[in-house]
Design a protein around this ligand. Sequence first.
Ligand SMILES: [Zn+2]
Length: 87
Amino acid sequence: MDPIRSCIVCRNKKSKNELFRIVSDNGKAIYDKDMKINKRGIYICKSHECINKCRKFITKDKFNTKLSFDNQSMYNVLLDLENELGE
Ligand SMILES: [Zn+2]
């Protein structure tokens, strides 16, 4: 069984294959595509809705996690995730 993780945006619990993983490399956000980077990370649903909400949280400075992320690198990762999702 896959471990269950919570989306940082909607807090729904899902299995890892339904989520994107983003890790913090000293504050720089990195898309951990294969979920193999040995750093602390967060998870976000593979949905445009959660990605868009995440971006709004950053804009309004309401993006609270135990990890700190550089905003610009997080924006870039969110763009990558959207490209991955398509449409
Ligand atoms: Zn979500």
